[in-house]
Ligand binder design. Sequence first.
Ligand code: A3P
Length: 321
Amino acid sequence: ENMREDSLNEETKCLISSLPSHKDFLGKQLYNYQGCWYYPNTLQGVLNFQKGFKPQETDIILASFPKSGTTWLKALTIALFERFNNTSSSNHPLQSDNPHGLVPFLEMSLYHKTSTPDLTKFSSSPRLFSTHMPFHTLQAPFKDDSSRCKIVYVCRNVKDVLVSQWYFRCAYLGKEVEDKSILESSFESLCSGVGYFGPFWENVLSYWRGSLEDPQHVLFMRYEEIKSEPSAQVKRLAEFLGCPFTEEEHGSLDKILELCSLRSLSSMEINKTGKTSNNLNHSSFFRKGEVGDSKNHLTPEMETKIDMIIEEKYKGSGFKY
Ligand code: A3P
């Protein structure tokens, strides 16, 4: 769906003819806009967003590189705000829709086809949106300081992202994971930086710098830390989002962690059977959710090459992972 060119408007067709382009491993054309690679339809969504999005100070945007824990961050954020509504577990929003339906992507969903989407279903505050765009591209509509909203970025170890991407791609291409060709092409694309939403390191560093410059508005989280100290990290998230846990709220944090666990989310009916608006099975967003699973799949040579590239790219940034 995102790879097709048929919904591009004339302005975009003209723009893309001047952009650097490259074929991906399936032979689909990628275009580089503001340092990031997109398929044409996603680029149209980015442009629509930059043209039409009117931020509100109370908005919250959840950002990530694909396969870094986006679904988990969405579920946790929904659950943090939902706790004030006293919903019973059977009519919780997470039971009726997948986190990606509840927190839609700006460029791949809301603004995919129009610069003036109907946002009336976001009548209650805060409005929750998500994105894979790099920070500087997302910032375009935020020129005015009063409209600065809160952005939460989740980052994950690049090797685990690669393995997660491989499984995800096999699922939607209908390929067996035993077919290592998808792993190899995903590896090449990750290393070269030329891939959907790549380069990985530019995405991460853009938000890392954003969080250093404006910690009030940009929170940088790590998947591995949410796994190893979930309570502390979700408290940190709640404080940042302006809805901290109080002394009286006995057990509500534990309930949220349990509700949003991979086991709980993936066993919900909606996530076993549903599909997203762009036809991905909800179930494909839930797999193992482990730290270091890449060790089981990447060769030592692949690991060394990725380590070297990432070290080189992060050099001088002060960023460690
Ligand atoms: P694995 O493929 O390593 O299992 P994204 O949400 O950005 O698409 O990332 C998907 C990754 O997050 C997958 O990693 C998936 O299993 C993991 N994930 C999804 N829901 C999760 C949850 N509730 N807790 C922990 N990890 C989760």
